[in-house]
Design a protein around this ligand. Structure first.
Ligand code: SF4
Length: 60
């Protein structure tokens, strides 16, 4: 597995309710953790909204 983009990616994000969001377009963090949904109905449906979410989210 290649890690050649580590530290080089830009995180685009439009979740304006998160305190790490900048200008409604970017994440200010240098790294985020993306996590699978757990304990939910409908997991493993293949629908993106059912499968992953930002574990670094913090409400404003
Ligand atoms: S922590 Fe996650 S939800 Fe918050 S701005 Fe960054 S990418 Fe978006």
């Amino acid at each position: 597995m290649s890690h050649d983009k580590t530290g080089c990616q830009t995180i685009g994000c439009t979740v304006v309710s998160c305190k790490h969001n900048s200008q409604g377009m970017y994440c200010d963090l240098s790294r985020i953790q993306v996590e699978p949904m757990t304990n939910c109905e409908g997991c493993h449906s293949g629908n993106p909204a059912d499968e992953s979410l930002c574990g670094s989210y913090r409400a404003k």
